[in-house]
Design a protein around this ligand. Sequence first.
Ligand code: FES
Length: 170
Amino acid sequence: MEAKAVDSIKPEEDSRWRLINRTIRLHGNAPDALIETLHGVQERFGFLDLDALKYVAGSLKVPLSRVYAVATFYHYFTLKPPGEHTCVVCKGTACYIGGAAGILDDINQTIGISPGETTTDGRISLLTARCLGSCGLAPAVVLDGQVCGRMTPDAVLEKIGSWTSHDDDA
Ligand code: FES
């Protein structure tokens, strides 16, 4: 049976998926573009979750099992990070110039994790991505899937702090 792109992903509402769709179209929606497309997803989102794998499978018309096999074979690809919450800092040019390095430094100094790492309590995973397609909002950070623009280190740490305090209340 042919794979179908998942309905929960709405490229018209998310510039990251628009950029990925453009790459897919440039390759003529060809299955050969699988690895390059997965690279694009990882660069924009920081990781590949199941919905993203299904979307890529549907767009390129390749079986999900093949997409999954490729995503798990290469160490470069990260399937959904282990933390309960994810913070993805954009390191594209505009965001880098806008202060992304300072955000990463402050996260590292405050909660002790670097990109690709998860806090020892399993609550927060920190990742980086390359250009989210929202350069006008630089520096941009994706907090639990929501793209947040013009972020400062303090604003990011405040959000991360709210995750921890809400979790403590639960
Ligand atoms: S460089 Fe960060 S959104 Fe484009």
